[in-house]
Design a protein around this ligand. Structure first.
Ligand code: ZN
Length: 76
């Protein structure tokens, strides 16, 4: 496993348990994003965040974060 993959997994898990969303708003620990961010995601990306495997979760989280920044404009 590459260091990049490992660090993304760590980042995704740390973010999952944090209480701050990537947009800066408050969120619940154990939820990927705050409600407005989560609602801004396409259904495919929302569903991908529910998978149990942490490797797949990290990829799904990373893609969703990119989407929120680039497509939804929720991260500045
Ligand atoms: Zn948010």
């Amino acid at each position: 496993m590459s260091p990049l993959t490992k660090s993304l997994r760590q980042l995704a898990v740390e973010d999952l348990y944090s209480k701050t969303c990537v947009c800066g708003a408050a969120k619940l620990s154990g939820q990927s994003f705050c409600h407005p961010c989560f609602r801004a995601l396409p259904p495919r990306m929302r569903n991908a965040l529910y998978v149990a495997c942490s490797i797949t979760y990290a990829d799904a989280w990373d893609e969703a974060r990119d989407y929120l920044r680039i497509e939804a404009g929720r991260i500045r």
